[in-house]
Design a binder for this molecule. Sequence first.
Ligand code: MN
Length: 379
Amino acid sequence: MSSLSSLLHKIECYTKSSGHGVFIEENFSSNLIAKRHTIPPARHTHDEQKRSISKVKKFLSSDNHTPLVIGVCFDGGGGIVGNTQWGPLFLRKALQRNYFDLGDIHIIPSLVLDEYLDSKLLRALKKHCYQLESSELKISPLSILSDLIGSIYSAFPDRRCLILGGSHILAYASISELLRLKRQQKRKLAVIHFDAHHDLYPHRQGIPLSARSWCHQLLSHFDDPSLLLQIGVRSPFLKIKGESPKIKRYGVKELHTSGCEEVINKVVSHLQKKRVDELYITLDLDVVDPLYLPLVGTPENDGLFPHELISCLRLLGESFPLVGADVVEFSPFVASKLVNDFLDPEAKGVFLNPEPDSALMVCTTILNEILSQLGGNAR
Ligand SMILES: [Mn+2]
């Protein structure tokens, strides 16, 4: 099978039409929410599926630079507020620039990685999903994402993807796969991680991969871990038992006092010294102050102002080409009282407004900047 036909086969097996990736039981009231917010009709009939795949084929075979968008409606059990599986449904409403939508990947919410499954279960799941016990296709959300990203970037090295989450755990899948491919292509990839939290715990409840430990697990995939840099971390739970990985971090205070330009200059000069070729951005929306963007899985006070984040993204884009990105942890269904109590139970008078529409306006400016860089407009 050629790499294009193998990729098309994977897209056909791994994806649903955009807005249909959230796993919901029939007859549940959440089904109504999904219906109300679902964007295009599902491609559940054979003809629609065929039409959709031939559109994908035509797009991939053309030489335009429109970025691909992939939704990952996977919460992964992370976050204080959680519910980030609904993120892609809403983030798509915030996308204004040109993009090609590959849809949402197929999710079985109780699975994480195929390596965590025994062979008997794996065979049974493959029979259930692909009618073939010995199928080469993947089953778990992160394994599917890695396989899909790997196939896209191998078949089309100049294509760029934006992944919409979902739990931040998905960044492990896309970045580990890209690091592997870039090593083969002898291209040096650096990762800029925007987040309120370091996500560097060695494990969570003994499980290596979780929303709080994916970054620690990712470090072993770097030839040089100093090519992962964190911006905006301010979580109060900074102490990590055992040895804390030494990676470069730039906090919110430093950005507020020195300014974005000075901080990004430091980042850029480090990456230039390391002879980095390309960047990947992994962006947890909780890096933004909850006053502007309270609808996230784990809100944290005292974040970046939206214009600071945009400046950082723009300045990075002026120095390095962006080859991929994920924007994660949008959690649209949050009661305002819950967010306010969580952030500051004593606060009187300041009341956050967690309406999806106003939060999405902030997301639009972030996503526009990223899409425009992925489309090759930044340099
Ligand atoms: Mn976070």
